[in-house]
Ligand binder design. Structure first.
Ligand code: GCB
Length: 763
C-alpha cells in the first residue's frame, strides 16, 4: 500500500497551564479544541493589556490500529509557536525551536499496541536564544497550523531532513529557451537489506500531458541519494501574474514492482535577475515590484488561520493588483507560498532574525536553524525569488557578530540554494555606505519618512543618496506605511493624525517616488492588513499595528487600498474617497476619485458637478458645493466598449467639525514628546571622556552594576524602563545607541549633560 497522509486536527485537549506531568498523564480538565489553535486569539490583539506568554499543553490519544502495522509513523506539526516538545507516552520524541516552520517527529520507537498518549508542550514565553526576541507583532502561542499523521512504507523519500517533500526540484536556464530540470533528494530504506528500485520523474503540463519522463535504477541502502537531470526545451514560462504557468513534477520511487512513495511538485520555469538600470527582470522583461507585505494573523483568530482565510488574503492581494508580496517576518504556511505560485506573485521570504539578536548566543544558531528550514521547506516554490536574512537587526546593537552572522546567513542561503538571490531589510539608520550593504544581492530599506521621522517627500532623496553611494546595488523599498484608523478624518491631514486622508497622501507620494527610479526594484507597502501587535496602544486602538490597507478582520478597505488598485490593477473601477468622513463642516469640498478609467463624471444629488478625462489615477474634483441635508455624491466611470462603473456616498453638511474624526493624543502617555525639558541643557561645553569611568557608551546593564551609575540612568530615563523594548535590549543598549533611535527622542545636548555625571563615577 502507498504512503498516506492523514489530517490530525480533531479531538485535541488543551490546557493553558504548564505542568510537566502532562507529558505522561492525561489532562483532566482540559478544553476540547480543533487545530489550528492559538491561545492568544483575542488577548494578542488588544483585548487585554498583557497577552499570555508561557507554556501550554495539547494532548491526544493515539490508537495503534492494525492498519498501522508495518508502517513508519510520523507526526507532522505545521508550526508550534514558538517552541514545541512532543512526548509519546511520557518520552520526548522530538522538538522544535522554529516557531514558524513545520517539523516532524518519528513515533515508532515510542509507540505500543493499543492506546498511546501524545502530549505537546508549546511555549511562547521569552527565550533569549529563540527568535524573534522583540518585534512589532504578537508572538502568538499555539499549534496554529495543521497537524498530520504520516503513515509511510519501509521505503520513502526522506521526511526528516528539515525539509518538506524530501525531493528538491530545481529549474535553471542554460541556453536560449533551454532549461535544465534537476530533481534530487534522498530515499530512506527502513529494512536492513538493500533493495533494487527505481526513481522516476514525470513532468506534466497544465493539460495533464506528459512532457518528459526519465528515471534511474537505484540500489536502495539505508539512505540513498538520487539525482535526475533533464533538459527541457522551450517550456511555457511562468511569468508572474500575467502567466503563472505551472507544470507538475511527479517523482516516485518504486520497488518490488510497485510505487512505494510519490511526490507531486508544482514547478514553474522562469529566470529572475535584479539590475540597477532596468529593475527586476522576470524572463528578461522588466517588472516593477508592486508589492505588499503580509503578516499571517487575522482578527479574532490570531495566527490560527485556515486555508479559507489564506484564500481570502490572496483574493484581496490580487484585487489590489499586487504582483509581489513580502511574507514578513517569518516563514508562512506552505499553502500561502503555493497560492503565490498559482497566482504568479513574486515572493520575498524571510526569517525572524529581527530587531535584536540573541544576547546569550553570539552566533545566533537559531537564525541558522530557521533559515535552513525555511529554505528546505519552501525550496520548491517557484514564486520565491529571494531569501531575506534579517530585518532591522541593527536597531539596538551592531557588533562584529552582527556582521559575521549576516554574512554567514547569506553563505548558508547560497549553499542551500545557489540559484536564488539574498536580501535584507535595513532600518533607515543604516548608512548608505555601511559595509552591511555589500552582503546581499539586493538591499531593502524600511523607510518611514513622514511618519516616524522626516517628511513624506524625503523618500525620493534617500533613494537617490543610496544610489549615489551604491550605483551597482539593486534597492528595494522593503517597507513603508503609516498607521491609519478609518474613524479619523481631516481636511488638513498631518503626520501622526492617523487619518485615512494622511495615509492616502503618504502612499501617493511613495508611488511616484518608486515609479520614477529604475534602480528601485519596487516597494512593499507596510502592510496589506492591520495586524496584532500586543505592545502597541495608539491611534485609538490597543494591540494593533494599523498600517494596513485593509483592517485586521479583512472587512474594511481603507481609501489607500483603492489608490493602489487604481495604479496596479486592470480591473476597471471607480472609487470615491472620504465616505467615512461623512459629516463635512465646509461647504466647499475637494472630492477625490480613485480609478483606472480615463473618463468620469461626478454628480451631487443628480446634478453634474465635474467631468474629467485623463490618465491620472487620482482625479480631484475641486470646489464641490455641499448643501444642507444629504448630498448623494455619485461617480460614473466609462470603460471601453461603453461599460459603466459607478460608486456613491452620502455626505452631510454640518455646522461644526465632528470631534470624533480627530485623534487626540493622550497627554499622559509614557513618552511625553518633550520629556527632557525638565532638565537643564544649557551647559554645552564639551567634555573629554575619561577612561575607567562610566559614560553613555556603556550598556545599561553595565550602568546598573554600579548603584550611582544606575541612579543617573534612572534619573533621566525612568519613563522608559517599563517598556518591553527596554527590558529586552538593556544588555546591549547604551544611552548613545538609544539616542540614535527616534523612539527615545533624546536631544544631543543631553548626552553631554549625562556624561558629565556618569564620567565622574569610577568603574
Ligand atoms: C518596521 C518593522 C515592522 C514594523 C514597522 C512599523 O520597520 O520592520 O516590523 O511593524 O516598522 O510599523 O513600525
Amino acid at each position: 500500500m502507498m504512503n498516506k497522509e492523514l489530517p490530525y486536527n480533531e479531538n485535541w485537549i488543551f490546557k493553558q497551564a504548564d505542568d510537566p506531568s502532562f507529558a505522561a498523564q492525561p489532562i483532566q480538565d482540559g478544553q476540547h479544541v480543533t487545530l489550528p489553535h492559538s491561545w492568544n486569539a483575542s488577548d494578542g490583539q488588544g483585548e487585554s493589556e498583557a497577552y499570555y506568554r508561557g507554556a501550554c499543553w495539547y494532548q491526544r490519544l493515539f490508537q495503534l490500529e492494525s492498519e498501522h502495522m508495518g508502517k513508519q509513523i510520523y507526526l507532522e506539526i505545521g508550526a508550534a509557536g514558538n517552541k514545541g516538545e512532543v512526548y509519546v507516552n511520557g518520552h520526548l520524541a522530538g522538538e522544535s525551536r522554529c516557531g514558524y516552520a513545520m517539523f516532524r517527529v518519528a513515533l515508532n520507537r515510542l509507540l505500543h499496541e493499543g492506546e498511546n498518549l501524545i502530549s505537546i508542550r508549546v511555549d511562547n514565553g521569552y527565550d533569549n536564544e529563540v527568535l524573534p526576541l522583540l518585534a512589532d507583532f504578537t508572538f502568538y502561542g499555539g499549534l496554529y497550523r495543521e497537524v498530520k499523521l504520516l503513515l509511510l512504507d519501509h521505503l520513502h523519500f526522506d521526511v526528516m531532513d528539515n525539509g518538506r517533500d524530501g525531493v528538491y526540484v530545481t529549474q535553471k536556464r542554460i541556453g536560449a529557451g533551454l532549461f535544465e530540470l534537476t530533481v534530487e533528494g534522498q530515499i530512506i530504506n527502513h529494512r536492513a537489506a538493500r533493495e533494487s528500485g527505481r526513481v522516476q520523474l514525470e513532468l506534466r503540463n497544465q493539460e495533464g500531458k506528459t512532457v518528459c519522463e526519465i528515471g534511474a535504477d537505484v540500489t536502495l541502502e539505508k539512505n540513498t541519494a538520487f539525482k535526475l537531470v533533464q533538459e527541457i526545451a522551450d517550456p511555457v514560462l511562468w511569468h508572474g501574474t500575467e502567466q503563472p504557468y505551472l507544470y507538475e513534477a511527479v517523482v516516485t520511487v518504486e520497488s518490488e514492482g510497485e510505487v512505494k512513495d510519490r511526490r507531486s511538485v508544482e514547478i514553474g520555469f522562469r529566470t529572475i535577475q535584479a539590475t540597477t538600470d532596468r529593475g527586476i527582470l522576470l524572463n528578461d522583461k522588466p517588472l516593477k515590484l508592486n508589492g505588499v507585505c503580509r503578516h499571517q494573523d487575522f482578527g479574532g483568530k490570531g495566527n490560527a488561520i485556515t486555508k479559507a482565510e489564506m484564500e481570502l488574503d490572496m483574493a484581496l492581494i490580487r484585487e489590489v493588483g499586487a504582483n509581489s508580496v513580502r511574507l514578513a517576518h517569518y516563514q508562512h504556511d506552505d499553502y500561502f507560498y503555493r497560492l503565490c505560485d498559482r497566482y504568479g506573485l513574486l515572493v520575498w521570504a524571510e526569517i525572524p532574525y529581527i530587531s535584536i539578536p540573541s544576547t546569550k548566543d553570539p552566533h545566533n544558531h537559531n537564525a541558522f536553524e530557521q533559515l535552513e528550514r525555511l529554505i528546505k521547506q519552501a525550496y520548491n516554490h517557484c514564486s520565491i525569488y529571494c531569501w531575506g536574512v534579517q530585518n532591522e537587526i541593527t536597531i539596538a546593537v551592531e557588533t562584529e557578530h552582527t556582521h559575521t552572522n549576516i554574512q554567514k546567513l547569506v553563505q548558508l542561503a547560497k549553499q542551500l540554494d545557489p540559484n536564488r538571490m539574498t536580501v535584507q531589510a535595513n532600518i533607515n539608520g543604516v548608512a548608505d555606505e555601511s559595509v552591511i550593504n555589500s552582503y546581499t544581492d539586493m538591499i531593502g530599506y524600511n523607510l518611514y519618512y513622514g511618519w516616524y521621522y522626516g517628511e513624506i517627500k524625503d523618500l525620493g532623496d534617500r533613494f537617490d543618496s543610496f544610489h549615489r553611494a551604491n550605483p551597482e546595488i539593486p534597492l528595494i523599498l522593503s517597507e513603508y506605511g503609516v498607521d491609519t484608523n478609518p474613524r479619523f478624518h481631516s481636511y488638513t491631514p498631518k503626520v501622526q493624525d492617523y487619518s485615512e486622508e494622511y495615509q492616502l497622501m503618504f502612499h501617493h507620494n511613495a508611488l511616484d517616488s518608486i515609479a520614477s527610479r529604475p534602480f528601485v526594484q519596487g516597494g512593499y507597502v507596510w502592510n496589506m492588513f492591520d495586524f496584532g501587535s500586543a505592545n502597541r496602544h495608539e491611534g485609538g486602538v490597543r494591540g494593533r499595528n494599523q498600517k494596513g490597507l485593509v483592517t485586521i478582520d479583512r472587512k474594511l478597505k481603507k481609501d489607500a487600498f483603492f489608490l493602489y488598485k487604481a495604479y496596479w490593477s486592470d480591473e476597471p473601477f471607480v472609487h470615491l474617497t472620504g465616505r467615512r468622513f461623512a459629516e463635512r463642516h465646509q461647504a466647499q469640498n475637494e472630492i477625490t476619485v480613485l480609478t483606472n478609467l480615463r473618463h468620469i463624471r461626478m454628480y451631487n444629488n443628480g446634478k453634474l458637478v465635474a467631468e474629467m478625462r485623463s490618465d491620472a489615477k487620482v482625479k480631484v474634483a475641486h470646489e464641490v458645493t455641499l448643501y444642507e441635508g444629504n448630498n448623494l455624491i455619485k461617480v460614473e466611470g466609462y470603460g471601453e466598449s461603453g461599460s459603466l462603473y459607478t460608486d456613491e456616498m452620502t455626505l452631510q453638511l454640518v455646522s461644526k467639525a465632528n470631534p470624533a474624526y480627530e485623534y487626540v493624543k493622550p497627554e499622559s502617555g509614557a513618552h511625553v514628546v518633550n520629556w527632557f525639558e525638565q532638565f537643564d541643557l544649557s551647559d554645552t561645553e564639551e567634555l573629554k571622556l575619561r577612561e575607567g569611568y562610566y559614560s553613555t557608551f556603556d550598556t545599561i546593564d553595565e550602568l546598573f552594576e554600579n548603584e550611582q551609575a544606575q541612579a543617573v540612568f534612572v534619573k533621566y530615563f525612568a519613563h522608559v524602563t517599563d517598556n518591553p523594548f527596554f527590558e529586552v535590549t538593556r544588555s546591549v543598549m547604551s544611552i548613545e545607541k538609544m539616542a540614535q533611535l527616534t523612539f527615545y527622542n533624546i536631544p544631543p545636548e543631553l548626552l553631554n549633560v549625562i556624561n558629565k555625571e556618569l564620567n565622574a563615577i569610577p568603574k
